[in-house]
Design a protein around this ligand. Structure first.
Ligand code: GLU
Length: 467
């Protein structure tokens, strides 16, 4: 069998939507499984809606997802994407349009100068005089009579009556091709063997098949994937909340967590829910994707992500954490890696995202944490607080064994003095050294923070009592 070649062809009109990322992922997975090629093509022929910023954002998101491509113009040692706007300049789309016009399978249309939507002439001859006088001229595909059929890997045999499809514009008056035309020319010239894309393109496919047929070209294998839905089972959109890959990156979802979750949407990998996608490449079977709409559940995504955070090597998680802190522009912890790894190790047990990890670990890394209101009102300003904190400073100053057992002994000794209940004492200590009432285990927290930080913080707590 010849090499499989797949592509992802985003229009740069916004951020990379999680649905787009899933489409890219399924194409990429199949290319990788089959040892074939994966191509990125930017479909930027809609000049009004396409922007360079969007292209940059989409490429950045794909890179972050770990979806890499194998071909493209050389941009200093790596591959850039193919861009349809650059291919327009090479005359590629005009060339095939002329062939279709010669075969009388496409024609020129001239439009009225005042009512620019009103056609005044259809012709197979290039309308030179009109062109010179500045009339808008397009090229349209002439839909033949008959029935257009194709086979879809998920939907099976598809059949469309051509009589329900109108002639459609191939080249707009600005000289740029339309999607339904350009996509065929490019998929053919790029020798694409499989086109996996969203179900929203199903109704475009007969138009594309007609262009293939008119040019005498074989069609690729099509698969139209059900769209990702929101909770109300309408296609996932901004109405349901944030949908961009960049957003989920921003709130601290790991690339591997997002890819794992997106793979689960429609593809049952087996019994397991949590996996490293690269290890599951071999299991990917396009025809095995579910033909039902799947609902995007941000909570499940976080759950999957949390599993990955706890499963991965801690130093790897630390690297991810540092990368994410840089990405968000937050304040970077300055400490040695040994300390950082200890902190991350205890904190990751309680969180599902890097952002939650940042918040929970903040008091381990920085002194300028703030006291939660509830801690201040219920514990720090309680009548017993001063006495407990004074004892704590005394005991912790003398403590030499800063193991978990060592700090536990001190905490219990203070509780045994019965100045307040054990729970109150522990919460007061916890809040004093972290500002929070929910943290990793108290004894572990104290053990990691160590003597200097603990004593300094207890003193600061006393100083801020009653404030
Ligand atoms: N540019 C189209 C889109 O973003 C590509 C569809 C296709 O894969 O053919 O929806």
């Amino acid at each position: 069998m010849s090499e499989v070649r797949l592509r992802f062809a985003p229009s740069p009109t916004g951020h990379l939507h999680v649905g787009g990322a899933r489409t890219a992922l399924f194409n990429w997975l199949y290319a990788r499984k089959m040892g074939g090629k994966f191509i990125l093509r930017i479909e930027d022929t809609d000049l009004q809606r396409s922007t360079k910023e969007s292209e940059k954002a989409i490429i950045e998101s794909l890179r972050w997802c770990g979806i890499d491509w194998d071909e493209g113009p050389d941009v200093g040692g790596s591959y850039g994407p193919y861009r349809q706007s650059e291919r327009v300049l090479k005359g590629i789309y005009d060339h095939y349009a002329r062939i279709l016009i010669e075969k009388q399978m496409a024609y020129y249309t001239v439009y009225d100068k005042t009512d620019r939507k009103k056609p005044i002439l259809n012709t197979y001859e290039y309308p030179e005089e009109y062109a010179q006088q500045g009339y808008d001229i397009t090229v349209s595909f002439k839909v033949p009579e008959g029935i257009t059929r194709f086979y879809d890997l998920l939907k099976g045999d598809m059949e469309f009556q051509n009589s329900t499809i109108e002639d459609f514009v191939m080249i707009k008056s600005d000289g740029f091709p339309t999607y339904n035309y350009a996509v065929v020319i490019d998929d053919y010239l790029m020798r694409i063997t499989h086109v996996f894309r969203g179900e929203d393109h199903l109704s475009n496919t007969p138009k594309q098949i007609m262009v293939y047929n008119a040019l005498g070209w074989n069609t690729p294998q099509f698969m139209h994937i059900p769209l990702i839905l929101g909770f109300d089972r309408t296609p996932l959109s901004k109405r349901h909340g944030a949908t961009s890959v960049e957003h989920f990156r921003g709130i601290g979802i790991l690339s591997r967590g997002l890819m794992n979750y997106l793979a689960l949407l429609g593809w049952s990998v087996g019994e397991e829910e949590i996996f490293n996608l690269r290890e599951k490449l071999g299991n990917f079977e396009p025809g095995g994707i579910s033909n039902k709409g799947v609902v995007f559940d941000p909570e499940k995504l976080e759950w999957v992500n949390g599993k990955h955070m706890r499963m991965m090597e801690i130093d790897e998680l630390w690297k991810e954490f540092v990368g994410w802190v840089q990405f968000t522009g937050k304040k970077m912890p300055e400490c040695d890696e040994g300390y950082a790894v200890k902190v991350i190790g205890v904190c990751r047990e309680k969180v599902n995202t890097l952002s939650q990890l940042y918040d929970l670990s903040y008091p381990f890394f920085f002194d300028d944490y703030v006291f939660e209101d509830k801690f201040v009102s219920e514990y720090l300003n309680a009548p017993y607080a001063g006495e407990v904190l004074k004892k704590a400073i005394e005991f912790f100053t003398q403590l030499s064994d800063w193991s978990i057992e060592g700090t536990e002994k001190v905490c219990r000794a203070i509780a045994d003095m019965k100045i307040a209940s054990k729970n109150k004492v522990f919460q007061l200590l916890r809040g004093s050294v972290t500002g929070k009432l929910v943290t990793p285990g108290l004894f572990e927290t104290l053990s990691i923070l160590g003597k200097d930080r603990v004593v300094r913080r207890l003193e600061r707590s006393i100083a801020s009592m009653g404030c």
